[in-house]
Design a protein around this ligand. Structure first.
Ligand SMILES: *Cc1c(COP(=O)(O)O)cnc(C)c1O
Length: 221
């Protein structure tokens, strides 16, 4: 199946689950996760109307996206992978949305670089490590309140929460937890759900679903 047909199918599924689910968000943004996929595959999707994409590495995005943006200035690019402090300036110039703020030192670096020129990024989400996995990015749920207080105290706009449930766990409890945390924090956006669990994420109110494999096919690297 070509990616254009997959896109069509996923859009239909989104609509179906949206209509069926009382907690579903009215507007759901499909973030097409293009990591490891070449520029031609990305352009093929842009040509059939997809406008929002996600990459998980600053370096890869820097290699692929400036050329794409020249051709299609209105595409939107989201960073969904962890961000090192020394890459903040580059990330702020490349991405429109960063989903992975997860510590005070990173927030500090963003606040500092946000005042410099060439900044494109307007929107920030906090990644929560709902499964408390040591190898994974995201703030631990118990540390979330203090991180939120810190960033708000420094005038930093957090507009949503993001999570990646553990690979071997049922996703629903993680999505429910993230939703509860976002309600408590009064942040409007919920970035959750990937190829294998986006329908569940929609039922729990996801506003951004991040889909790679179901759209582009298996990653080869
Ligand atoms: C790779 C990735 C995705 C997309 O995963 P698929 O299973 O290929 O849909 C979503 N979110 C994050 C954070 C990722 O790194």
């Amino acid at each position: 199946m070509r990616s254009a047909e997959r896109l069509h199918e996923i859009r239909q599924n989104i609509k179906k689950w949206q209509d069926k689910s009382p907690l579903a968000a009215k507007e759901i943004t499909l973030v097409a996760v293009s990591k490891t996929h070449p520029v031609e595959a990305i352009i093929a999707l842009i040509e059939v109307g997809q406008k929002v994409f996600g990459e998980n590495q600053v370096q890869e995005a820097a290699a692929k996206w400036p050329a794409i943006r020249k051709l299609y200035p209105d595409v939107e690019l989201h960073l969904i992978g962890s961000l090192q402090t020394n890459k903040v300036r580059e990330a702020l110039a490349l991405f429109d949305v960063i989903h992975t703020v997860d510590r005070e030192s990173l927030a500090d670096a963003i606040i500092k670089k946000n005042k410099t020129s060439g900044v494109r990024c307007k929107r920030f989400l906090v990644q929560v490590n709902t499964g408390e996995e040591p190898q994974k990015g995201g703030v631990m749920p118990r540390n979330f309140p203090s991180l939120l207080e810190y960033v708000r105290h420094h005038g930093f706009p957090v507009e949503g929460l993001m999570c990646v449930p553990p690979a071997d766990a049922l996703p629903a409890p993680h999505f429910a937890l993230l939703r509860t945390m976002a309600e408590g924090a009064k942040t409007p956006y919920l970035s959750m759900g990937m190829s294998n669990d986006y329908e569940t994420a929609i039922r729990f109110g996801a506003t951004h679903i991040r889909i790679g494999t179901a759209l582009f096919g298996e990653r080869k690297v």
